[in-house]
Design a protein around this ligand. Structure first.
Ligand code: C5P
Length: 218
């Protein structure tokens, strides 16, 4: 059985979570969606009307709140928020709060702890650079922005959420820029990461490629 960490980073809509889940099931290991953790905290802080900037009230709220991962759900103070955090509104605020050092610090150990139980596929923005710098397999998964916007559009449409494609594309570009330009844990290809462009590959093909890389490593 595979026991290491597979770190997958990349911009919004590259297919990271779909691919990461497939890789996890192919190798029989766990999957960690770190975007869900940032989404949950952003949702929480926003619901308390705490602005997305460092402040004593932000730090107090972060100190008080419990974030847990059980199965593939995220719990805030014991409540499952998994279905509340996948909305365009949370897309926007997650990127704002995730740029704050105290938010990232709150989630660092929680993410690392998930790798203590055995093999793990983790996806996010800083898996290979910050959270799991010693991961034996690192992937930077990307795709053309138009392809990513279309995938996100289809995903939202399948859940009955109607959005404007142009607006979605603009928001994806803005979010990528914010994630890549922030000073702490910016989105970037980690040293040693394999670059995969999924524009003309389906999730199954990308997952097979990653599982093959993992099997070749150990
Ligand atoms: O991956 P997902 O789109 O769910 O992530 C939502 C937001 O959370 C990202 O735009 C990014 O700002 C933040 N994030 C992060 N670091 C991670 C995962 C997500 O900053 N490891």
């Amino acid at each position: 059985n595979w026991t290491g960490v597979i770190a997958i980073d990349g911009p919004a809509g590259a297919g990271k979570s779909t691919v990461a889940k497939l890789v996890a099931s192919k190798l029989g290991i766990s999957y960690l969606d770190t975007g869900a953790l940032y989404r949950a905290l952003a949702y929480y802080l926003d619901s308390l009307s705490i602005p997305a900037q460092e402040s004593p009230e932000l730090r107090k709220a972060l100190f008080d709140v419990t974030v847990e991962i059980r199965a593939s759900s995220v719990f805030l103070n014991g409540t499952d928020v998994s279905s509340l955090i996948r909305t365009p509104a949370v897309d926007r605020i997650a990127s704002l709060y995730s740029a704050l050092p105290s938010v990232r610090e709150k989630l660092l150990m929680l993410q690392r702890d998930q790798a203590l139980k055995g093999g793990l596929v983790a996806d996010g923005r800083d898996m290979g650079t910050v959270v799991f710098p010693y991961a034996p397999v690192k992937v930077f998964l990307t795709a053309q922005a138009e392809v990513r916007a279309q995938r996100r559009y289809d995903e939202l449409a399948s859940r009955g959420v109607k959005v404007d494609y142009r607006k979605l594309l603009d928001e994806i570009l803005q979010r990528d820029e914010a994630d890549a330009k922030r000073s702490i844990a910016p989105l970037k290809q980690a040293p040693g990461a394999v670059l995969l462009d999924s524009s003309s590959m389906n999730a199954e093909q990308v997952a097979d490629a990653i599982a093959d890389i993992a099997r070749a490593v150990c």
